[in-house]
Design a binder for this molecule. Sequence first.
Ligand code: SUG
Length: 449
Amino acid sequence: MSGVIYAEMNIDALIGPTHHFGGLGVGNLASMQHAHQVSRPREAALEGLQKAALVASLGVPQYLFLPPVRPRLDLLSALGFEGDLSQQLLSVYHTSSYLLSAACSSAFMWAANSATVSAAADSAHGCLQITPSNLISSWHRAAESLERRIDFHDFFERNIACELHAPLPAIMPLRDEGAANHMRLCDRSGQVGFNVFVYGESDGQSNSSSFVARQTRAASEAIARKHQLEPRRTFFLWQHPDAIAAGVFHNDVIATSHENLLIYHQHAFLDAEPTLEQLAAEYLQVTGRSLLRIEVAAEQLSLSEAVASYFFNSQILSPHTGRTITDKPKMVLICPRQCNEVESARHLIERLIAMPECPIEEVRFVSLAQSMANGGGPACLRLRVPIAEADLRLLPRNLRVDAELVDTLSAVIERWYPQTLKLSDLSDAELVRELSQISFKLRLATNSW
Ligand code: SUG
């Protein structure tokens, strides 16, 4: 086995012009704390775009999905709000500001929640597997599943061998929030994958009296089955109820992975040691290398510091296009700026970089203030797709991030996105009509019809 085989591409979702603070994130402390504050959509979109540009500049294939149209008139009609736009918006606003927020949600920006993706090499189907998440825990997010399914179809299914599954049935026992609760470890070529699913509820039991767990074991198992993953290389871990209570509403807020590296908080999982040992043994046997498990003790970083800094939501990247098995395994960590501000997180990063066995050699801090204020860090904003180099070449070029795309999108954002927005502004039909046009402007500017 030699040469470049697999690449890890990232898809970020461009933040939409209706980005606001609706306070809708279930178990998401930042979203609750910032509810109804004034947001800055222009700044939000530019910050997200700059983060994607940074990833692209490291040689990692980086794409963008564009914002779907808001408001969701289908939701308003389905809930019985009739009349013209102005009547609908006023009536929904006076009925419930949460309903208005849901109809205008820009939560699609957190692409990590859009789907669970399995590499062709991990699946008995032999091609890329995608299951869009049903996102039914947070009712403002459930519609994303249909919208993204269309994006996945246009982007992947039309161009490469790919199986695009239907989202899981929208019923409470099958709550699914996608890649935010899934980690893939792999050998250096990227061809041998180990899939780890993390759930917060099993058979109706959540062990948590605080917040509703967003992912159920039944959902994770169904996806593993549908994707026909090798059972010996598929693992299920129970998220620790203390973590959920502390505001860890997704696994990617408390654990992260890349290639042979698994970093997780001491209280990330419940009774996980036997499963983690099994994973490490299997990894060693199949790849001939050791899995690098780094458990972060609560003494080093408490659960609340993990949530405040979003350290585990950093992106770990191998900075080059594709991967050759002879490459030096240097990795770069892209952290939210908050990791530099929370002392324990900063020390943890310094220790990781100083650790001889840890392949992370460099850290970059990024400012994502607007997304972070709604509970979304660097890793929330991206969906990772392990893909064969040959397939990568067949994907549409127009949404691949390069300097030209960044300039094109920045121009539209700077010209049309509002600088500030508050929830009550979204009851103004004239403004909302203008904002809804921006999705089309972005598509026109990027030839994305
Ligand atoms: O689902 N916030 C999102 C944040 C998602 C973060 N994603 C990952 N961890 N992968 C959520 O809670 C807040 C929306 C608001 O309050 O307006 C929100 O939906």
